[in-house]
Design a protein around this ligand. Structure first.
Ligand SMILES: [Zn+2]
Ligand SMILES: [Zn+2]
Length: 253
């Protein structure tokens, strides 16, 4: 089965710190290739407690969009788990240079357990087993940040737009993507804070016109507004099927 599983949907500090939503990142399983994206606090626990089980030693890729703690807190221990405690050198780590530079948030000892470390840049591309991954553009956030588009045989293309402020080039860069996952922290725009708000995310989604849009990485205002109760209306308005991710959600592809 091909699926995306949300091990967390928390965005912004207070939702994460108080664990109003979990912050374990997103697990992708596509054509027997497994990728864990943005393993924030609790990722190890959430992956181990998932039912059906997610076997961390089966991971092929760890993808870090940027070095903020809600995206990397568990990355070192996840690398240990992927590599059987470092005894089996394997897998790929994809991250911005900033995440492994001074001071690194991905420790050098852990990076050495991984078979291949690839530094993300605009237009970066790679193939891992049956999966093709490309970085469409550099996002605009307080840290160096990249999302991706993954393509694989007989599954729709999937795009991930992590933390960023709004800028129109995002729409062209992700155009044609069939499933899009968007980190939406605020219910209303907050100029100067480099995160997407709901109206900005909707502008991106209506520009890309995917078959499915999955909102995640919610800050307090998105929870207070009960975003999950609004997606039906938003879907009708945009003629795009929009859902709000919830902790533990398994989305079958
Ligand atoms: Zn974040
Ligand atoms: Zn961030």
């Amino acid at each position: 089965m091909n699926f995306i599983k949300f091990l967390g949907t928390a965005g912004a500090r207070f939702v994460m710190i108080r664990q109003l939503r979990a912050s374990g990142g997103i697990w992708f399983e596509i054509n027997d290739t497994r990728m864990l994206v943005d393993p924030g606090p609790g990722s190890l626990v959430k992956a181990n407690k998932a039912r059906p089980a997610l076997k961390l030693s089966d991971l092929d890729i760890v993808f870090v969009s940027h070095k903020h703690i809600d995206h990397v807190n568990d990355v070192n221990v996840i690398i240990e788990a992927m590599t059987d405690g470092g005894f089996k050198k394997k897998g790929m780590l994809l991250c911005p240079a900033e995440a492994i530079e001074n001071p690194p948030v991905i420790f050098p000892y852990a990076a050495r357990f991984v078979e291949k470390v690839e530094i993300l840049k605009e237009n970066f591309q790679c193939s891992v087993k049956n999966l093709k991954l490309k970085v469409p553009l550099k996002l605009r956030h307080l840290a160096e940040t990249y999302g991706f588009i993954v393509e694989a045989d007989s599954v729709p293309s999937i795009g991930y737009i992590p933390d960023t402020e709004f800028f129109p080039e995002i729409i062209d860069a992700y155009a044609g993507t069939k499933i899009i996952i968007v980190n939406v922290v605020f219910s209303q725009p907050r100029p100067g804070i480099m995160h997407l708000s709901l109206p900005e995310a909707l502008e991106i989604i209506s520009g890309i016109k995917p078959e499915k849009a999955i909102l995640t990485h919610f800050g307090m205002t998105m929870l207070k507004e009960r975003i999950w109760e609004k997606t039906k209306d938003l879907s009708e308005k945009l003629s795009v099927d929009i859902i709000a991710a919830s902790d533990g959600l398994t989305f079958e592809i």
